[in-house]
Design a protein around this ligand. Structure first.
Ligand SMILES: *Cc1c(COP(=O)(O)O)cnc(C)c1O
Length: 403
């Protein structure tokens, strides 16, 4: 195996005949060496690397504590449990997100109360959030949809005013800052995810962040089979207590092997973000003024770390036309996807709650017209040019088909 930088890998832009993939992790020898080091150490889980990783992510999120877990989804589950949210409670959330943000609410037996989004930020309309608060509302679970942090400060103010929790599903916003505040620090608790399409990856993994030491300890207990928190251990009892289980816990632990990847990624974090930003800027420059599409709206005061790069087809384009554009891009070996289908119209949600199309018209209209384009650190300006040309061709084809 070459010991040089693993920068040229299959499917990543160097060969014009190879596909331009939708996403891809930025893995170098540093991550590979870090994994090997942990493998040789013999401590494969709950070892010293976990603590280092927790500290690095908490710092990047402007929080005091980090609790590593095995996915963003399990992090959301534990955050809701640790806040005591359960059956009979309502949690206000967005229908325009990855399904995990609402599923976590179902896991604890609470009810998601969806509110429609604002068509510019694509995040929940703050006025609708406030109007949706009722006697059973225990929390707002807010998402930086497609990485955009707009309104996070408003949600925090609304939550404080009504004395309910703000849970920040910041899985798409590690490294993003908004109005001088780091994403992850807006809520009582924030949750990151490290699947390979996120800003940094551990293969699979997640992190709960908070300033609340007790909440962090409770999450640590819940992630590890309900083992006692430090405050529950008396000095003399601590040995025997290891096998005592104080509460119903889970195995949501993240291995030290995964944490080693995370530590290496966090040590390169500035470089990784810089690379993402330059790809995004390249896309914005190249696509600016292209007829038929709307580019992402980034409010001033936002420093984006860029999770994905999406464009929206203009009003009037249908979901069928959008799907044909995506298929057309894929036929040209360009990765593209419809981010995100609305959560309330997923079969499980229709079965449980009987939602019908038209319930959240803005989210549905945006969702029907959005296309995620290839976005990762290996994309070259030539790739972007090819994506732009092909997108333009597909839109022309749709316009001709309309006659
Ligand atoms: C990725 C993501 C998650 C879940 O992350 P996993 O690590 O895949 O469980 C949750 N919410 C949002 C908004 C996400 O983008």
């Amino acid at each position: 195996m070459p010991r040089s930088d693993h920068r040229s890998r299959p499917g990543q832009g160097s060969d014009p005949n190879q596909e331009i993939s939708l996403s891809g992790p930025d893995i170098t020898d540093q991550e590979i060496d870090a994994v090997v080091e942990v493998m040789r150490s013999g401590r494969l889980s709950m070892g010293p690397t976990q603590e280092v990783f927790e500290g690095l992510v908490a710092e990047a999120a402007g929080c005091d504590h980090g609790v590593a877990v095995n996915s963003g989804t399990s992090g959301l589950h534990l955050a809701l449990l640790a806040l005591g949210i359960g059956p009979g409670d309502e949690v206000i959330t967005t229908p325009f997100s990855f399904v995990a943000s609402a599923n976590a609410i179902l896991y604890v037996g609470a009810t998601p109360k969806f509110v429609d989004i604002c068509p510019r930020s694509l995040n929940m309309d703050p006025d609708r959030v406030e109007a949706a608060i009722g006697p059973r509302t225990k929390a707002i679970l807010a998402v930086e949809a497609l990485g955009n942090p707009t309104h996070m400060d408003r949600y925090a103010a609304i939550a404080a005013k009504h004395e309910i929790h703000l849970i920040e599903d910041c899985c798409e916003a590690l490294g993003t800052e908004y109005k001088g505040r780091k994403c992850g620090s807006f809520g009582r608790v924030g949750v990151f995810g490290f699947y390979p399409n996120k800003q940094i990856t551990t293969g699979e993994g997640g992190m709960i962040v908070t300033d609340d030491a007790r909440l962090a300890d409770l999450c640590r207990s819940l992630r590890n089979q309900g083992r006692p928190m430090p405050s529950e251990l008396s000095d003399s009892a601590s040995l025997g207590m290891w096998l005592s289980h104080e509460r119903l816990g889970y195995n949501y632990r993240l291995s030290d092997i995964a944490c080693a990847i995370g530590v290496a990624q966090m040590r390169r974090f500035e470089d990784i973000m810089e690379a993402r930003r330059s790809v995004a800027v390249e896309y914005l420059d190249r696509l600016m003024g292209m007829p038929g599409i709307i580019l992402p709206t980034i409010e001033s005061g936002t420093s984006m770390s860029w999770f994905v790069f999406t464009v929206r087809l203009e009003r009037g384009y249908t979901a069928e036309e959008r799907d044909r554009v995506i298929q057309g891009l894929r036929n040209h070996d360009i990765g593209a996807a419809a981010y995100f289908p609305c959560i309330h119209l997923m079969p499980e949600y229709i079965r449980r709650f009987g939602y019908e199309p038209g319930t959240f018209p803005i989210a549905e209209s945006v969702s029907d017209r959005t296309i995620a384009l290839p976005f990762h650190n290996r994309i070259t300006p030539r790739d972007i040019d090819l994506v732009a040309q092909t997108l333009s061709l597909m839109l022309t084809r749709e316009n001709l088909a309309r006659g």
